[in-house]
Design a binder for this molecule. Structure first.
Ligand code: AMP
Ligand code: MG
Length: 325
């Protein structure tokens, strides 16, 4: 397939309405959009990414008031979160409306709903006027695309169009919070922190390590899909370190990369390195740095753990997953 490179929101919306696949920017990462009510389009989307069919997609809408285009019900906690944080980097898991294709939710009776806070995304969604399933724009398992060039690297020839916009500002996927049960549970950390969610819904808790999140699939209980899939991984081996890192020989540094927020004696020995000036910059540049490590074919990348505050909460999660943990 010949991929079109576009900068028209009208054209993007038209392709989606016709059942095609378009990569477009959001404030988190680039997404690949497909009409969530069109099962054929959604099947093509899974194929283009090479995504396992049991990993559900998030449905995007242009306005919080349109939640009823994807969900049957907006529980009180979800409404409070929607009012406080949407549009924004937050996905609410809600009871699914039947018109949303079962392909989208991998057979779950719930659906993840998000209203992105990005003018191009919102305009595409407004003109398309259908709920749009949009996973991160990358081949399954790879670091998410935060620049249109990264998206092209993974998906040129596999999707109908790529919107050539600026790189994304947050650089880490949305916080996912399940609001379909008795109390809200964070399934994936993101830019909206647990503390922020607890300010509107104090009973919100984080999904426990080793815990099985049970969700209902057509009446049956299954473990949460998506959470366990390998994700965000470059080809290079990712090793998480504190600074200063210990026990790395000059020979290893010479064929390795490093990224973090603090310099140290020995940093110059690394073949490729990047020191970010803030946690926000670290989060925004992390995936692109991993991709650069692969472009230059390094075998190893040493990654300084992010501080556990603000966006660092989500960045630490992605660092762990990039390292295969
Ligand atoms: P991605 O599209 O790559 O950002 O991944 C979306 C993630 O959102 C999935 O891997 C799931 O962890 C989560 N998700 C989406 N829909 C649901 C749902 N209905 N229930 C639980 N988690 C969901
Ligand atoms: Mg993804």
């Amino acid at each position: 397939m010949l991929t079109e490179y576009i900068d028209s929101t009208e054209r993007a919306a038209q392709i989606i309405r016709e059942g095609g696949l378009v990569a477009f920017p959001t404030e988190t990462v680039f997404g690949i959009g497909a009409d969530a009510t069109n099962a054929e389009a959604v099947k093509k989307l899974f194929a283009a990414k090479g995504r396992p069919g049991n990993n559900p997609l998030i449905v995007h809408l242009d306005d919080g008031g349109h939640w009823s285009r994807a969900a049957t019900e907006l529980p009180e906690v979800a409404e409070a979160m929607l009012d406080a944080f949407c549009p924004g980097p937050l996905t609410l898991v809600l009871p699914k409306l039947p018109t949303i294709s079962e392909q989208v939710t991998a057979g779950l009776m719930t659906v993840g709903v998000r209203i992105p806070d990005h003018p191009i995304a919102r305009e595409i969604l407004r003109v398309a006027a259908v709920p749009v399933a949009a996973p991160s724009a990358n081949r399954s398992g790879r670091p998410s695309g935060t620049t249109w060039q990264a998206v092209a690297e993974d998906l040129d020839g596999r999707i109908d169009a790529i919107f050539t916009a600026d790189s994304t500002s947050i650089g880490i996927e949305s916080t996912v919070v399940d609001c379909s049960g008795p109390s809200p549970v964070v399934l994936r950390p993101g830019a909206i922190t647990l503390e922020q969610l607890q300010q509107v819904a104090p009973q919100t808790r984080e999904f426990g390590v080793g815990e099985n999140h049970h969700m209902v699939v057509s009446g049956e209980q299954v473990n949460s899909p998506g959470i366990l899939h390998p994700h965000y991984q470059p080809n290079a081996e990712v090793l998480i370190v504190e600074v200063p890192p210990v026990g790395i020989s000059v020979e290893v540094s010479a064929v390795s990369a490093f990224c973090g927020m603090e310099g140290f004696d020995g940093l110059d020995a690394f073949a490729l390195s990047r020191i970010f000036g803030s946690l926000e910059d670290y989060a925004a540049g992390f995936y692109e740095f991993l991709r650069e490590v692969d472009r230059q074919s390094f075998q190893k990348v040493f990654v300084q753990t992010a501080a556990d505050e603000g966006i660092g909460w989500a960045l630490r999660d992605r660092q762990r997953r990039a390292a295969g943990g």
